[in-house]
Design a protein around this ligand. Structure first.
Ligand SMILES: NC(=O)c1ccc[n+]([C@@H]2O[C@H](COP(=O)([O-])OP(=O)(O)OC[C@H]3O[C@@H](n4cnc5c(N)ncnc54)[C@H](OP(=O)(O)O)[C@@H]3O)[C@@H](O)[C@H]2O)c1
Length: 319
């Protein structure tokens, strides 16, 4: 392929409109070719805003377009597996939004499909491509990290965003999947795979977790405390404590265009891998391992809420 990678976008997601399409326009080795939506007027409007030449009437039509090389998939989390499998089947490379899937089993199936079809699949963990994060992780590599505290939260006002998939269990909503995936990815990047996992969560009326706090223990004695929330003030932090000092970062996950655009760097790295036939810059094994930890956190929080319900029942009976 001597030209750049030609991209198609499935859906008119906020993140496509605000982050990925501007990044694609600026990226080397990549160009936006087509947009598809369940509502063609929305696709036309988004294509016009970003100068995308082609609009398809639906996702299947875009996947049938032989000139689309790679697909960006920013759909609600419950649709990542299905549309990734369909895109791979259609011969496309896929950059799928975070979290890669609802759980590790789905992610393993998607990885096997990518291998089977000989196409690249990568989770769009954009903050990993910000040079400041790479430098931070490199600077901590020689230290003996003892404690990581990380948080990512904001307030999702159900009245202001009715129907938002983050509050709908059937679409893969909840704080753990939405922002907890960044926290677990960061903990694994800095500390490796946890030996122990415990967690508590608070669920809202729809059943999704609105807040989740996890504690991870690592075999070398390091520990991490991670807080994900959809019901708190806008809040992001990273505190890494080692034997010789403390490193703090504000907004470690969404330091957009400050001065680098991590979305652009991610798209360029992925497109270069497509053009060179190389592996995806973020290996699928990492995304699968993140989902394995998210699965353990979910199981721990579930077990605790069941235990709490039992204890509450005993308390009520005794009162
Ligand atoms: N990396 C980042 O910085 C970042 C930031 C935000 C979100 N994300 C991830 O990107 C994905 C999308 O997030 P978002 O907040 O941008 O989503 P969003 O604005 O709610 O958009 C999701 C899109 O999915 C399509 N869709 C298909 N079936 C749907 C259904 N049943 N219900 C709702 N939408 C449906 C819709 O497009 P059409 O109606 O046009 O077909 C919709 O515009 C999520 O996986 C999220 O975790 C990543």
């Amino acid at each position: 392929m001597s030209r750049g990678v030609r991209w198609g976008i499935l859906g008119t997601a906020w993140v496509a409109d605000r982050a990925l399409l501007p990044a694609l326009r600026a990226a080397r080795g990549a160009e936006p070719l087509a947009v598809a939506s369940r509502t063609p007027a929305r696709a036309r409007a988004m294509a016009a805003r970003h100068g995308v030449p082609r609009v398809h009437a639906g996702y299947e039509d875009l996947l049938a377009d032989p000139e689309v090389d790679a697909v960006y998939l920013p759909l609600p989390n419950s649709l990542h597996r299905e549309w990734t499998l369909r895109a791979l089947e259609a011969g496309k490379h896929v950059l799928c939004e975070k979290p890669l899937a609802l759980d590790a089993a789905e992610a393993r199936e998607m990885a096997a499909a990518a291998r089977g079809h000989g196409r690249l699949l990568m989770e769009a963990v954009m903050y990993r491509f910000h040079p400041a994060m790479g430098e931070l992780v490199a600077s901590l590599a020689g230290t003996r990290l003892r404690f990581l505290q990380a948080a990512f939260g904001f307030r999702l006002d159900a009245a202001a965003v009715p129907g938002n998939y983050r509050l709908r269990p059937e679409l893969g909503g909840g704080a753990l999947l939405d922002v907890g995936c960044y926290l677990v990815d960061l903990a694994r990047w800095l500390l490796g795979e946890p030996a122990e996992v415990d967690a508590v969560w608070h669920r809202g009326p729809s059943g999704v977790d609105l807040s989740c706090t996890a504690v991870l223990g690592f075999s070398d004695g390091a520990q991490a405390a991670l807080h994900a929330s959809l019901e708190c003030a806008e809040h992001q932090e990273l505190v890494a404590v080692h034997g010789g000092g403390v490193v703090r970062r504000d907004r470690p996950f969404t330091a957009w265009r400050d001065p680098h655009d991590p979305y652009q760097l991610m798209v360029e790295a992925f497109s270069a891998a497509v053009l060179d036939g190389g592996p995806p810059p973020l290996p699928l094994e990492s995304s699968i391992a993140t989902l394995e930890v998210l699965d353990r956190i979910r199981a721990a929080a579930e077990a605790r809420s069941k235990g709490r319900a039992r204890t509450d029942g005993v308390g009520a009976a005794g009162a």
